[in-house]
Design a protein around this ligand. Structure first.
Ligand code: DC
Length: 233
């Protein structure tokens, strides 16, 4: 009998290492991995490149009008074994982590029509189960019936340092203060928007990784996943 496949939803605050853990779990279980933050980042990049963000304003109506022209998909990089995001066929993986995208992504992702389109795509990607997806609303809105829901959190200083290290590894320069302020600001906006705000699902398990290693986190989540996979329906 084929092994039971489950849906793993990983939500939480900015820069908690959600993607790292979700990607590692997917690799261990041979599941698909989807980074939904990358999808909202790619839409933000589109808005920046197409004059929909001018100075301090996002032209939300203009963005909604152009939503049909925005095609988001993932491609699997065989060399790095990582799935990368395509915006209208262009691999934009290198551009979506820059500070200009960081500065606008929460506003773009608060636009209801944008969320509707992304959620639909995400549900499509996960319909066969066997998926680990990370974001802000996966356990609450995208897959409210996911078998395993994790809600990640960590101390803001630890998160800022991790994000700074990640940026440095990609040769993107930023200061600790700037990164910390940006992630706290995004958390605030993500928790307070009206459309599917960042919330812990009632049945999500909290994982605070301030003081635990990546390996410990992975073992913790893998154990939970395996218990569910082996459990009879
Ligand atoms: O995970 P990330 O930092 O790359 O996400 C970037 C932004 O996208 C984040 O500030 C909020 C938004 N986002 C969202 O609203 N819903 C998701 N499922 C994923 C991300």
């Amino acid at each position: 009998m084929p092994e039971r496949k489950i849906t793993i939803a990983i939500d939480g605050y900015s820069s908690c290492g959600k993607s790292t853990i979700a990607r590692a779990i997917a690799a261990r279980l041979s599941y698909n991995y989807v980074d939904t933050g990358a999808m909202y980042r790619a839409v933000t990049l589109y808005a920046l490149r197409n004059g929909l963000i001018n100075g301090r304003n996002l032209d939300a109506d203009g963005l909604i009008d152009q939503l049909e022209d925005i095609h988001i998909e993932f491609t699997f990089n065989q060399d790095t074994k990582v799935s990368e995001i395509l915006l209208n066929g262009e691999n934009v993986e290198l551009f979506i982590r820059h500070m200009d995208v960081n500065d606008w992504v929460s506003q773009v992702s608060a636009v209801g029509e944008v969320r509707k389109k992304m959620v639909k795509l995400q549900q499509e990607m996960g319909k066969g189960k066997g998926i680990a997806m990370d974001g802000r609303d996966i356990g609450t809105t995208v897959f409210p019936d996911a078998e395993l829901k994790i809600f990640m959190t960590a101390d803001p200083d630890v998160r800022a340092q991790r994000r700074l290290d990640e940026l440095e590894s990609k040769q993107i320069s930023a200061s600790f203060e700037e990164v910390k302020e940006n992630l706290l600001q995004r958390d605030h906006e993500d928790m307070n928007r009206s459309e599917s705000p960042l919330r812990k699902a009632l049945d999500a398990i909290v994982l605070d990784n301030t003081n635990i290693t990546r390996e410990e986190q992975l073992e913790f989540v893998i154990q939970l996943a395996n218990d569910l996979i082996l459990r009879k329906k």
